[in-house]
Design a protein around this ligand. Structure first.
Ligand code: SF4
Length: 453
C-alpha cells in the first residue's frame, strides 16, 4: 500500500470515550505511515469521530462534512471517514446523504480501522455498523497528552436510560481483563505518563461480564478490585475513573478510594434529576435519597472530596416543582462542577417519541437558572482552596500566558502558576493557592526551606 507521506486529520466530538477512540485510531493511522495534519484541508484522509448526544455536534458534523465533500470533487484521492455515534445511528443513510463518503464506521469498529481502510483503498465504499465482539486492543494510541492518559476498561452499556443513545450505538457491556488493563498501564508508566483515568460509560458495571464469583456470590473482578490490581503500576502517580452510576456505586468502592493513596479524591457521579418521578421516567434505577446517601458516605470517608455530576433539565413532562427538586439537590450538595444540559430528543430513544415534550423556552429558562446556581455553588466550593497548599500535576503551558504552567489538583481543579513548562511538565508540584475562581485557581510554587535540626 502506498500510504507514505500521506496526512490525516481527525476532528472529535463528544465524550471522553470518543476522545479515547480517536487516540486509538490516530495510533493506527500513524502505524500505517500517515502523518498528523492540524489543517483538515491539507489532509489526504479526514475522519470525523461523531457524537449524537450534544445538541449541535451532529449539525456541525454535517456542515464540516459538506465542505470536505466539495473538496473531494477537486481532489478525488481524498479519503472521507465518519466514525462514532452518528455513523452507528445513521449507517447507510449517511452514504445516501453524503455519497462522497468512503467509510462509515460505528464506535465498536475503531480497532479495525486499518482493515476497513484497506478495503476502501481497494476501491470499496464501506459501512461497518454491525455489532461485533471487541477484540483486545493491540493498537497503540497516539495520545494527545504525554502526562495524562485514558484507559478503556469496559465498552458499551447494558442500561436503558430512556434519553440515551449509547446502548444503541456502543452495544452491550464488554469488560477488558485486569491483565490487559494492567499491561497497558505498565507501558504508559514506562513511557512517562503520570495519571490514568479508567474509562467506561458505566464504569461500575466493570467485571460483571467476566467469569468468576467469590464465595459470597460477588463478581470476582469489580472496579474496586481493579483499583487494587493496578494501584502499584510503576510511574503512575494518580488514578481517576469515570463515569460512575449511582445505581451501582458501592461503599466498598468508596473505602478503596479512601485507602489507596493514588486514587484522587474526585468523584464524577451523574444524578441527572433531583426528582424521583423524573428519575423513574428516565429509568435511572435510583432515588434522589440514595444519591444523597452516596455523597454523604463519600464525605464521611473523605470530607474534602470533590464531587461533580451531570444533570438534564426539561426532560419530557418535567414540572416546575420537579425542576425545583433538582435545584434543591444542587443547592444542598454543593457540587464542585456540574455539566448541565437541556433535554434534547435523540432519535431511536424511548423519550424522543413521548408526547409531553417541553418547549424550548421552558428548557432554556431552566437551564439558565440551574447554571446560575451551579456557578454560585462552585465559587463557594472554591473558597476552601484559598491559602491552602495543593498538589498539582503539571500538564501544559497556560495557552493565554506563556510565563505560567497549568495542571490539576487531586480534586480536579484547573490550576495556573508561574513556571517553566520545560522543567515542570509531568511533575507533581506543591502550589500555594492565592486566587480562586468558580472553576479554576491560581497559585505559586511552595519553595521548601531546608530544616536544620
Ligand atoms: S448508564 Fe444510561 S446514560 Fe449512561 S451510557 Fe448507559 S444508558 Fe446512557
Amino acid at each position: 500500500m502506498t500510504t507514505f507521506n500521506r496526512r490525516y486529520h481527525i476532528t472529535t466530538f463528544g465524550c471522553q470515550m470518543n476522545k479515547a477512540d480517536s487516540e486509538r485510531m490516530a495510533g493506527i493511522l500513524e502505524d500505517m505511515g500517515f502523518e498528523w495534519s492540524e489543517d483538515p484541508n491539507q489532509a489526504d484522509l479526514v475522519l470525523y469521530n461523531t457524537c449524537t448526544i450534544r445538541d449541535n455536534a451532529e449539525q456541525k458534523v454535517y456542515s464540516y462534512l459538506g465542505r470536505q465533500a466539495k473538496r473531494k470533487h477537486e481532489h478525488p484521492e481524498l479519503t472521507l471517514v465518519v466514525a462514532g455515534c452518528v455513523a452507528q445511528q445513521e449507517g447507510e443513510s449517511l452514504l445516501r446523504r453524503v455519497p462522497e463518503l468512503d467509510l462509515v464506521m460505528g464506535p465498536q469498529h475503531a480497532n479495525r480501522l486499518q482493515d476497513l481502510l484497506e478495503q476502501v483503498f481497494a476501491g470499496n465504499q464501506i459501512v461497518a455498523t454491525e455489532p461485533i465482539h471487541i477484540v483486545e486492543d493491540i493498537t497503540k494510541p497516539r495520545r494527545d497528552s504525554t502526562v495524562t492518559a485514558w484507559v478503556n476498561v469496559i465498552y458499551g452499556c447494558n442500561e436503558r436510560c430512556t434519553y440515551c443513545v449509547v446502548p444503541n450505538v456502543r452495544g452491550v457491556e464488554q469488560s477488558r481483563t485486569p491483565e490487559a488493563i494492567r499491561a497497558e498501564m505498565v507501558e504508559l508508566g514506562r513511557q512517562g505518563f503520570k495519571e490514568v483515568t479508567l474509562l467506561g460509560q458505566n464504569i461500575d458495571a466493570y467485571g460483571r461480564d467476566l467469569p468468576g464469583t467469590t464465595p459470597e456470590g460477588r463478581h470476582l473482578h469489580t472496579l474496586t478490585d481493579l483499583l487494587y490490581d493496578v494501584h502499584d503500576v510503576p510511574g503512575i502517580e494518580r488514578l481517576r475513573f469515570a463515569t460512575s452510576h449511582p445505581r451501582y456505586f458501592t461503599e466498598r468502592l468508596i473505602r478503596a478510594c479512601a485507602e489507596l493513596p493514588k486514587v484522587c479524591e474526585h468523584f464524577h457521579i451523574p444524578f441527572q434529576s433531583g426528582d424521583n418521578e423524573v428519575l423513574k421516567q428516565m429509568s435511572r434505577g435510583y432515588t434522589q435519597e440514595k444519591y444523597r446517601r452516596i455523597i454523604d458516605t463519600i464525605r464521611r470517608y473523605m470530607p474534602d472530596a470533590s464531587i461533580s455530576a451531570d444533570a438534564i433539565v426539561g426532560f419530557p413532562g418535567e414540572t416546575e416543582a420537579q425542576f425545583e427538586n433538582t435545584l434543591k439537590l444542587v443547592d444542598d450538595i454543593g457540587f464542585d462542577h456540574l455539566n448541565t444540559a437541556a433535554y434534547s430528543p435523540r432519535p431511536g430513544t424511548p423519550a424522543a417519541v413521548w408526547e409531553n415534550q417541553l418547549s424550548e423556552e421552558v428548557k432554556s429558562d431552566r437551564l439558565q437558572r440551574l447554571n446560575h446556581l451551579v456557578a454560585i455553588k462552585a465559587s463557594e466550593r472554591s473558597q476552601r482552596y484559598l491559602g491552602r497548599t495543593e498538589e498539582v500535576l503539571v500538564e501544559d503551558q497556560n495557552p493565554k500566558d506563556p510565563a505560567q504552567v497549568m495542571g490539576r489538583t487531586r480534586g480536579n481543579r484547573l490550576t495556573f502558576f508561574p513556571g517553566n513548562i520545560a522543567e515542570l511538565k509531568g511533575k507533581l508540584v506543591q502550589v500555594k493557592i492565592t486566587e480562586i475562581r468558580a472553576f479554576s485557581l491560581t497559585g505559586e510554587v511552595v519553595v521548601r526551606q531546608p530544616v536544620t535540626i
